[in-house]
Design a protein around this ligand. Structure first.
Ligand code: PAF
Length: 283
């Protein structure tokens, strides 16, 4: 695996695969890789000839007071995990490489609509930061395919919208959530949980499962959402939002069948997110 820091080195490394018309897949990450990321790499490996990982903790997507400084940085372990996952290129630029004009002066991409509400409300500017860095990485790597986890459901929707709106020539694949045995969705932020909080954390997923079952049985949606909120509070969470949307993140209507439950909730120092797709019964 080649580990590269600059756009020039990346271009040189990809020149030959590009010349040969090989399919390049990009898996953008912020490092601290876990089995959820590895599922992205396995997916990319199956679907492309050359797999490129990017590792960059993107300051533009962190708001003031968020966990930019605390975000776990485990470069040597990540490098070893990527070697093992048969990754071909690790692109690990520094901030000055991606934002040569500085963060304040960086051109930003705003994806309207889908980036509003949910995490867009709680984390103003977050999705502009994500869209901007992902657009940059897509331009630098020019992959045929890019893979993202479905745990960040709204992020994936924002990226799909950006790619469609800007006519970017790349296929976007969402890869299913990887969960611990007790149901907790794997996330780098799980590392912020104390042992006691870690023991409570699967309640987020179990609450979503219980809500899904009640909604699928035709129970009143508002009542299910209120009970879900209460269940999270009783489990020790401070809910940020709990929402039922259609798969495009629009509000559900009487005609919606394909839906998704989305949640964000604080537990100690961690803000956890999760989601669960479901089918609503015809009323
Ligand atoms: O999901 C993430 O890890 C990040 O938001 C991403 C897509 C790598 C952009 O920084």
């Amino acid at each position: 695996m080649h580990t590269l820091q600059t756009a020039e080195a990346l271009n040189d490394a990809l020149a030959e695969p590009r010349r040969r018309g090989q399919r390049i897949a990009l898996v953008p990450t912020m490092g601290n890789l876990h089995a959820g990321h590895l599922a992205l790499f396995h997916h990319a490996r199956r679907r492309a000839d050359v797999v490129v990982a990017s590792l960059f903790v993107n300051p533009l997507q962190f708001g003031p007071g968020e966990d930019l400084d605390a975000y776990p940085r485990t470069f040597a372990d990540d490098q070893a995990a990527l070697e093992k996952a048969d990754c071909d290129v690790l692109f690990a630029p520094d901030t000055a490489t991606l934002y040569p004009q500085g963060l304040e002066n960086a051109t930003r991409i705003h994806v309207p609509g889908v980036s509003e509400g949910l995490c867009g409300d709680s984390r103003p500017g977050h999705f502009d930061g994500v869209a901007t860095v992902v657009a940059m990485l897509l331009n630098l790597v020019a992959p045929g395919l890019a893979c993202f986890g479905e745990k960040d459901y709204q992020q994936l929707a924002v990226i799909r919208q950006m790619v469609a709106d800007l006519h970017l020539p790349v296929e976007i694949d969402g890869v299913p959530i990887v969960r611990a045995d007790d149901g907790l969705a794997l996330s780098s932020r799980n590392g912020y949980l104390s042992d006691a909080e870690r023991a409570k954390a699967p309640a987020l997923y179990h609450t979503l499962c219980a809500m899904r079952d009640r909604l699928a049985a035709g129970e009143d949606q508002d009542t299910v959402l209120v009970h879900g909120h209460q269940a999270l509070q009783e489990a020790g969470f401070t809910p940020d939002y709990l929402a039922l949307r259609d798969r495009q993140l629009n509000p559900v209507t009487a005609r919606t069948r394909q839906a998704v439950l989305l949640a964000a909730a604080h537990l100690g120092a961690a803000r956890l997110i999760d989601n669960l797709s479901l089918e609503l019964p015809a009323s």
